[in-house]
Design a protein around this ligand. Structure first.
Ligand code: ADP
Length: 263
């Protein structure tokens, strides 16, 4: 496996506030990498920084050994696809129109999509099981369906790195699993690198190769789920009581919330 993304001593500020502080990590091609941490830890900011959207205050981000600041917007869009946290339900396009937008980084100036682009879009919709919704508008879909459309658009982009910001938030358990299984299949089929922000420690434990635990913008822990998901480490970062044991069926760490007993 080769290194796909490398963060070297990355720091970021909003105004004068440090939001990400000296984060260094190497993410391998085909890795399922999940960023966890409390609200406000800097997870979304760090994820967006990989797309070159934020100017770093220090450090460097390399995509295949080349600084992301050296890529053009179009080159970056061919290499990285982002599935954002909030998808505007008022987006005035149909599912098919939304998904085909993933081809834009591959088209020349003023070029229209060709037969091959339409085929790729159709395959992406079939893969995420939204083909039957092709003519519906985004506003007419459930949260889970909309999420799968945006993932189809990202797949249509055919980039080797997929960045997802809490893709399972607000989905019921069956839809959460569907999204996670989709990611796992993509990774296995296409060797796509998945970098995901998640609040769900148990999904992260079950699917991730490695976890990055961010706290106040710093790396609090980095490693396999077994290495990162210890009760003590999590309690220090999240500031609440958590119990970690081994999942009886999966063998992965299982995290349970412990209610406060002093009230
Ligand atoms: P997380 O994803 O871990 O919840 P974020 O990366 O969204 O954290 O935010 C990290 C910190 O930066 C938070 O304190 C948040 O309030 C602040 N922040 C996020 N976006 C902006 C912004 N556009 N301008 C100023 N501060 C921001």
């Amino acid at each position: 496996m080769s290194c796909q993304i490398e963060l070297l001593h990355v720091s970021l500020q909003y105004g004068l506030r440090d939001v990400v502080r000296d984060v260094s990590v190497q993410i391998e091609e085909g890795e399922f990498f999940v960023i966890i941490g409390p609200n406000g830890a800097g997870k979304t900011t760090l994820l967006k920084s990989i797309t070159g959207l934020h100017r770093l205050t220090a450090g460097e981000i390399l995509l295949r050994q080349r600084s992301v600041s050296k890529y053009s917007r179009k080159e970056l869009a061919r290499s990285l696809a982002m599935v954002p946290q909030h998808i505007n339900a008022e987006f005035p396009f149909t599912v098919a129109e939304t998904v085909i937008m993933g081809r834009y980084p591959h088209l020349g100036l003023l070029a229209v999509e060709g037969k091959r682009d339409l085929e790729i879009a159709e395959q992406a919709m079939a893969f995420t099981e939204v083909l039957h919704l092709a003519d519906r508008r985004l506003g007419q879909l459930s949260g889970g369906e909309r999420q799968r459309v945006i993932i189809a658009r990202a797949i249509c982009q055919q980039s080797k790195v997929l960045l997802l910001d809490e893709p399972t938030a607000s989905l019921d358990p069956a839809h959460q699993l569907r999204i996670m299984d989709l990611m796992e299949r993509l990774r296995q089929r296409e060797q796509i690198t998945i970098i995901m922000v998640s609040h769900d420690l148990n999904l992260a434990s079950a699917y991730a190769d490695r976890l990055l635990l961010l706290n106040e913008g710093r790396v609090a822990a980095l490693g396999t789920p077994n290495e990162v998901l210890s009760g003590e480490t999590l309690e220090q970062s999240y500031g609440c009581r958590l119990h970690v044991d081994e999942h009886p069926l999966l063998g992965t760490p299982r995290v349970s919330l412990l209610p406060r007993t002093d009230h």
